[in-house]
Design a protein around this ligand. Sequence first.
Ligand code: NAP
Length: 247
Amino acid sequence: MSLEGRVALITGASQGIGRACALVLAEAGADVALGARNVEKLAAVAGEVEALGRKALPVPLDVASGDSVKDAIGKVLEAWQHIDILVNNAGITRDNLLLRMKPADWEEVLRTNLEGAYHCIRLVLPGMVRRRAGRIINISSVVGQTGNPGQSNYVASKAGLIGLTKAVAAEVASRSITVNAVAPGFVDTAMTQALPAEVRQKLLSFVPLGRMGTDREIALAVKFLASDDAAYITGHVLNVNGGMFMA
Ligand code: NAP
């Protein structure tokens, strides 16, 4: 599963699953552009990628802003001319019951998790179409398939990402570009560490494998979909959830 000579752009690469994707893709031989808002953390991840012998390019990026995405992707293309692999990983939660959810929290989550992927795909696709090659991997979530009370904004964004994945996969398949989603279950990162202990314990009881996933386990699935070994897989949702939801 070598990614030697490939260029990957990963959004939300400053920590958690995005950072793990950067390290795993770099281990497989890819050079990695790292996008997120926290530039200090991005610089630290860039150092980790370089320690693996690959090139890293940290780019300040707010996926919720079309202008910021344009600027960041412009910087990557200026430095490396092409992007072979796009991992749309940036994501946030603003949980509440729908009746109590403020419009701002609804909008921020949709703008970041779903529109952010739209902005990135729109700007990366033309180069992939020209090169007749490319891999797009969208990080959805198990709750995008099952629903989850208190997360209507997040669930809508993650279900939306699955629809986006399938529609774009059909649009660009004739150019040998694949578009897939990875749907993580309950993964040990800052996002889930922020949950109250009793909620974490309850979530764990729904996982047949009896433990949380690691960010690296999600990244290994991303690496597979990014590789030549997955050339005949497109429009797919790959569950990496310890059995939490069996499609
Ligand atoms: P995390 O540790 O909170 O990391 C989220 C990442 O997204 C950070 O790098 C953050 O960087 C970035 N980000 C947030 N808003 C951004 C924006 N507007 N522009 C650019 N980057 C932004 O969470 P995680 O668990 O690694 O989550 C990564 C992805 O996996 C998310 O899409 C999440 O929904 C999904 N997921 C996670 C789990 C889980 O159990 N952890 C389960 C299913 C799906 P900055 O703050 O530096 O911008």
